[in-house]
Write a protein that binds this ligand. Structure first.
Ligand code: NAP
Length: 251
């Protein structure tokens, strides 16, 4: 298949592109600079070069996102621009990389991802919405950011199911070859873990003299995380590699 990966330069894209190639696909990786092998340049925020970048695509894995900037412009309006740029006669499957909990957690970025899902469901294109949990390295980054000297404060009662990014890429590669689900498919890590346990494991492996303190965090956002808002449902596919394995911890 002729495959375009948007967000090809992302941490996910860097493992997804080789995974799709190993499955026998011709892969173009799209980003704003168009760097890397098979790199094509396009900007979802403006639509610049988009039609040329996706011309002839049979499968699109749409992983581009702007979590730290303007997700309404890049993720939502950008997804609309992508839908308009695609060749409907040629496209067989558009796989959208979303996040478990975008429909439940009242956070601006998640609301934008959910809105992008709705754009795709209404597009009439053959789509699958793959909601994935937090990548191991992303959790590591959160822990490193939250640590203040010898103390790591985590919200009490939050939980997550961290997942290996290469396993997520493998799952997306499988989904790309399936018929469009026209629905949500979930992929999570093997274990549902309390944030405090994640933090203790991370601290023990990476910053051994850190004390983890779990503190209640008020508000609706925190309540959604406490209620398991980012945990996969019972029908979710699950990866195998644990967060402890990622950290290199032996049992
Ligand atoms: N991080 C996680 O734990 C996690 C968990 C579940 C799902 N996801 C989803 O997985 C996907 C990849 O996430 P990630 O954390 O690996 O990467 P990321 O840091 O969110 O990377 C964003 C990607 O989008 C591209 N991009 C940003 N603005 C763009 C624009 N205006 N036009 C075109 N491309 C643009 C970036 O390319 P350039 O900057 O090079 O242009 C980059 O390749 C996202 O959709 C995210 O929501 C992430």
């Amino acid at each position: 298949m002729d495959v375009v990966v948007t967000g090809g330069s992302s941490p996910l894209g860097r493992v997804l592109v080789p995974s799709l190639q190993a499955a026998g696909h011709q892969v173009r990786q799209m980003s704003r600079r168009g760097a890397g092998p098979g790199g094509v340049r396009a900007d979802l925020a403006t639509g610049r070069d988009l039609a040329a970048a996706v011309r002839g695509a049979e499968v699109v894995v749409h992983a581009a996102s702007d979590p730290r900037g303007n997700p309404w412009e890049v993720d939502v309006a950008g997804t609309r621009r992508l839908v308009q740029a695609l060749d409907r006669d040629r496209l067989q499957h558009l796989v959208y990389v979303s996040i478990v909990g975008v429909d439940r957690v009242p956070w601006n970025y998640y609301r934008a991802k959910y809105a992008a899902e709705q754009v795709l469901l209404a597009s009439g294109l053959p789509v699958s919405l793959v909601r994935v949990t937090q990548f191991h390295h992303f959790i590591d980054g959160m822990m490193a950011t939250a640590r203040r000297g010898p103390v790591l404060i985590v919200p009490m009662g939050w939980s997550a199911a961290p997942v290996d990014v290469a396993e997520a890429a493998g799952f997306l590669t499988e989904v790309a070859a399936w018929p469009a689900a026209s629905d949500v498919v979930e992929f999570g890590g093997p274990e549902d873990l309390a944030a405090a346990d994640i933090a203790r494991a991370w601290a023990a492996a990476r910053e051994p003299n850190t004390r983890v303190v779990a503190t209640p965090l008020p508000g609706k956002l925190s309540a959604a995380f406490r209620e398991g808002g980012v945990l996969p449902g019972p029908r979710a596919a699950r990866g195998r590699r644990t967060y402890a394995e990622h950290l290199g911890v032996r049992h």
